[in-house]
Each structure stands twice: as C-alpha cells, then as structure tokens.
Design a protein around this ligand. Structure first.
Ligand SMILES: *[C@@H]1O[C@H](CO)[C@@H](O)[C@H](O)[C@H]1NC(C)=O
Ligand SMILES: *[C@@H]1O[C@H](CO)[C@@H](O)[C@H](O)[C@H]1NC(C)=O
Ligand SMILES: *[C@@H]1O[C@H](CO)[C@@H](O)[C@H](O)[C@H]1NC(C)=O
Ligand SMILES: CC(=O)N[C@H]1CO[C@H](CO)[C@@H](O)[C@@H]1O
Length: 374
C-alpha cells in the first residue's frame, strides 16, 4: 500500500533521484543503468524461523534447541503463517532455516537423521503446499561447533555430503532453492569459495540440476562489503559441473540499523548508496544476480520509511536483484522480538506487523513480476 502511495506522491523524478550517481560512474561497464523493463521483484518472502533456534554465530547449535514452527510439534503455526502470507499479502517465498546439527542429530556427518529430517520436511512441505518457493537454509555461519568448514573444521567432503543428502530429497522439486550456508564470517574467502564449490558440485551431482543455489560471502553475507572484502571476486569463480553459472545466485543480507546487526528497533539507512547501488552495478557488469535473503527492522516509522526506499530501489534494479526475504516470523511470539514479523491471530483473521503491512508485503502488481510464482 505504501509503495503505491510513494509512487504517487514522489513521482518518477523524485524516485529517480534515489538512484545514486555511482551508477553512471564506471565507464568500463557497458550497461550501468537499470535495464529497461525492470521494476518488479521475482521472489519476495519471509524467514520462518525455529529449526535454527539455539544456533550461535560460532556454529554451535544443538538439535534439542531446535523448535519446529509447527503446531504438530508444539510450536507456533508456521504453516498457517505461510498460508496467510501467500493469500493475504502476496508473498511467494519462504526461507526455512535449520541447523546442520538438527539435520544429523548432532553427529558430524553428511548423512541425515531421518527422524529429524522428517520434522524439517514437514515445514518444507507446508511451504510447498502454499505454492511458494522454499529456501532450505543451513544456518551454521560456515561452522560446526566453533570450527570453520574446510578451514580446520569439518572437511569440504563432509559438508558436500550433507548437501548431497539434502539435494537428493528435493532433486525433482523446482520450487526448492538451496541456501548453502547462512552468514559465513571471519573466513578465508578463497578457501571458503572452494567449500561453496564443493556444495554446488554435490547438489548438482545429486540430480538437482536446475534449481537455484545461493552462494554466501564473508562478513555475515553483508551486501555492503560483498565487493570490497573479496566475496564477489572469490564466489564468481564457483561454477556448475558443466562449467556454467546457471542458477548460481549470490546470497546477501542487509539490515537497516546503524551497525547492520539487525538487533536495533530504529532504522538509520536505506542502504542504497553504500550497498545496493554499487552491488547492482557490479552484478550488472559481471552478468550476475543476487538475492537479499535477510533484511528487516523494527515496527517503527523510521523502518517503514527506509525499508520502503530499499525495496523500491531493489525493484528498480530487478534485473540484478531477485527479491528480498524478511527476518523473521515462525516461532518468534508476536510482539516479543524487535524484528518480529510473526502475524498475530490465526485461522482466517491474521494481523500483520506494521512493517510487513506497510512495506514488506508485496502490493498487488507493484513488486511481483510476471515471472513471479503467484
Ligand atoms: C567496472 O566494470 C567492470 C566490468 O566492465 C567490472 O569488472 C568492475 O568491477 C567495475 N568496477 C567497479 C568499481 O564496479
Ligand atoms: C576481508 O576482511 C578481513 C578483515 O578485515 C581481512 O582480514 C581480509 O584480508 C579481507 N579480505 C579481502 C579479500 O579483502
Ligand atoms: C563488515 O560489515 C560491517 C558492517 O556491517 C563493517 O563495519 C565492517 O567493516 C565489515 N568488515 C569487513 C571486513 O568488511
Ligand atoms: C540479524 C538477525 O536477526 N540475525 C539472526 C539470524 O538468525 C539467527 C539464528 O536464527 C539469529 O540468532 C540472528 O539474530
């Protein structure tokens, strides 16, 4: 709703002024302005959190700390939330975080624990039942219990076998998106790119030949430092087994609070000048795309202002940005979490948080493109 209003009030000229001059500065880039026909995002959604509960940024997670966001397992009604988000708000994507430890029942292996996996799959199936795209997100910060994968911790082979196991389960489902890893940080990016390559090769060789795979960079997949800290250059070398880059999408996160931590209620930036504009230019010049799989803010006026601006910019650059996924609903009790997007109510009368209602829910026709799932 706000987006419609924004468009009407500020008009094209003011909206165009949101485009920073940096877009016109790289003279070596052949196409440094938004492609014509852009303006609609393809994938817009919400994180449905719960199976990732207990995960710390050092990759310590405990299978017993996971809390399935499904009433069947005494969680909140994640299935009902997703149905509401699709039917009432027009969302078409959900990101379903889960820890490696839950998937293997705390055993350091790539072999799934079938009992635990069946519970996670219940959430995946509830997502698929809505018709949405569903991101399987391994939420381990590039680590297993403090040690970095391929850099002193588990070998790339073990991690690749985990992805092979997951990919075999969903190889034939085109609505599944493989999120290789949530928020790597403090890794050697060139070694990390080899780990990501191992996962990509395993996913493709497991038979999931056509789905999207999300490639995560360093510094908590920060969109702002994706280029400057070397993630872009390192991850650009990751290829499918056939040498192509088809379906290989960069995974980037960005919050709108002053320290990009996603822990503060107030928003201080729309991230355009320091993150989205330079990233759009790099992606366009290098023939790549990115997906903003975590963003969010408090339910306050500053966030509504800045989030609407961020989304408008992403939509203007939808040739290189697939969309965004808000953090987070699922097992966060309504009203209890600063970045909560869990709607209150249930059944046929859900009520969204103000940020979701004012900005993040796709407004019919304004964000979902003709290629969107809905
Ligand atoms: C300028 O464009 C080239 C591609 O033509 C790209 O490789 C380079 O990274 C761009 N530079 C900046 C600063 O974005
Ligand atoms: C990324 O940042 C870290 C921490 O400042 C630094 O050690 C590393 O050299 C940087 N990597 C690149 C490729 O810029
Ligand atoms: C990581 O991102 C934060 C902001 O979120 C920034 O302050 C810091 O300089 C970045 N580190 C690197 C190594 O780029
Ligand atoms: C910024 C933010 O909310 N990040 C969250 C990402 O997911 C983990 C685990 O689910 C949370 O602990 C973080 O706070």
């Amino acid at each position: 709703m706000i987006l419609h209003t924004l468009g009407k009030l500020v008009g094209f000229t003011a909206l165009a002024s949101l485009l920073p001059s940096v877009l016109a500065q790289n003279s070596t880039c052949p196409t440094n302005s938004p492609a014509s026909g852009s303006g609609k995002l393809k994938l817009v959604g919400v994180n449905i959190s719960g199976f990732d509960f207990s995960c710390n940024i050092d990759g310590n997670c405990h299978s017993t700390g996971a809390w399935p966001p499904l009433t069947k397992y005494y969680g909140l009604d994640g299935a009902g939330q997703m149905q509401h988000f699709v039917k009432d708000d027009g969302f078409n994507t959900f990101r379903l975080p889960v820890s490696w430890q839950f998937l293997t029942n705390d055993v350091l292996t790539g072999t799934l624990d079938e009992t635990n996996f069946a519970k996670y799959d219940d959430l995946v199936q509830a997502c698929l039942d809505t018709g949405a795209s569903c991101i399987v997100d391994v939420h381990n910060y590039a680590r297993w219990n403090g040690a970095i994968i391929g850099q002193g911790g588990p070998s790339n082979d073990i991690f690749a076998s985990l992805w092979s196991s997951i990919a075999k389960k969903y190889a034939s489902n085109s609505k599944i998106i493989f999120g290789v890893m949530n928020e790597p940080h403090d890794v050697d990016i060139n070694l990390w790119a080899q780990t990501v390559q191992a996962a990509v090769t395993a996913i493709r060789n497991a038979g999931a030949t056509s789905q999207m795979i999300l490639l995560p960079g360093n510094n908590f997949t920060s969109a702002a430092t994706f280029i400057s800290n070397g993630s872009a250059a390192a991850l650009a070398k990751v290829k499918n087994p056939d040498g192509s880059i088809t379906g290989l999408i960069f995974d980037v996160h960005k919050y709108l609070d002053f320290d990009n931590s996603g822990t503060n209620q107030e928003c201080t930036t729309n991230n355009i000048d320091d993150a989205w504009a330079p990233l759009a230019q790099w992606l366009r010049c290098n023939g790549r795309q990115a997906f903003n799989t975590e963003t969010g803010g408090g339910n306050v006026a500053s966030c509504i202002t800045f989030m609407c601006q961020q989304i408008a910019f992403q939509a203007q650059n939808s040739d290189v940005f697939l969309g965004y996924v808000g953090w987070a609903a699922g097992n966060f009790q309504p009203g209890s979490y600063v970045l909560g997007e869990t709607p209150s109510g249930g059944g046929t009368s859900w009520m969204d948080t103000s940020l979701v209602e004012s900005c993040m829910a796709p407004v019919s026709g304004s964000q979902l493109g003709s290629t969107g799932v809905n």
